[in-house]
Design a protein around this ligand. Structure first.
Ligand code: HEC
Length: 208
């Protein structure tokens, strides 16, 4: 029995010592002195923070402008037609550069319903809910002027905004803007559809 009690006593003492020493690391004993940093590991080193002042550079700003001609990765945007909707200076392209298929139209519909329908309505007639509460009424997409507008121009005006309509460049990426242009075209077709536009096999089911 005695031989067993000694290790138990030693273990209890060791346990108590470690508890006491560990409690020194807790926040229960605040100190005015800076903590002892045994291994600095390059944690503290001179550096500039964003927007801070510099005594070194002539313009006193720590942040440096990028070297002229620098292009951030993925932001070259050299495809003018895709990113602006025009060949150059307002020479708008007639046709959407994207492949027109159902996934594109579905995406366009989803984005249109989120971003545009509050004003333009889901039908595109310009009678959205915001307009019913007093906002300026946008023109209907089914006006001849807008039906004849080139795809590139619609892309441009929803990228940059027009008069009372703000720009959507920041909220909507280019491929989604093109998807919305495609969906606006589908809306325009839907409001001006002829019986011949319907596939023959389901034409009978539709009442003229
Ligand atoms: C906050 C309301 C509002 C939202 C949201 C909105 N628009 Fe408009 N939109 C307007 C108004 C108002 C006009 C008329 C601008 C003017 O002539 O002053 C307009 C005009 C337009 C025109 C016609 C421009 C012309 O030449 O007459 C198009 C096309 C258009 N918007 C597309 C869109 C698309 C696409 C979206 C979604 C990305 C959108 N709008 C979102 C309010 C809105």
């Amino acid at each position: 029995m005695n031989t067993l009690r000694i290790p138990a006593f030693i273990l209890t003492t060791l346990g108590l010592i470690s508890l006491v020493s560990l409690s020194g690391c807790t926040r229960e004993f605040p100190s005015d002195k800076p903590p002892v940093h045994l291994n600095p590991n390059m944690d503290n080193q001179p550096k500039y923070k964003a927007q801070s002042k510099s005594h070194f550079f002539a313009d006193s700003a720590a942040m440096r402008p990028p070297v002229t001609g620098t292009v951030a990765r993925g932001q070259l945007h050299d495809d003018n037609i895709y990113y602006t909707g025009s060949v150059k200076d307002s020479q708008y392209i007639d046709k959407n550069p994207m492949t027109l298929d159902m996934p594109l139209l579905k995406r366009g519909r989803e984005r249109y319903d989120i971003h545009c329908s509050p004003c333009h309505s889901r039908l595109g007639d310009g009678r959205g809910i915001i307009v019913s509460r007093g906002y300026i009424s946008p023109p209907s997409f089914h006006d001849d002027r807008l039906r004849q507008m080139p795809d590139g121009k619609i892309f441009d005006l929803l990228s940059n905004g027009i008069r009372n309509m703000s720009s959507y460049r920041a909220q909507v990426k280019p491929e989604d803007r093109w998807a919305m242009v495609a969906y606006i075209r589908a809306l325009q077709r839907s409001q001006n559809a002829r019986l011949e536009d319907i596939p023959p096999e389901i034409r009978e089911k539709v009442k003229p």
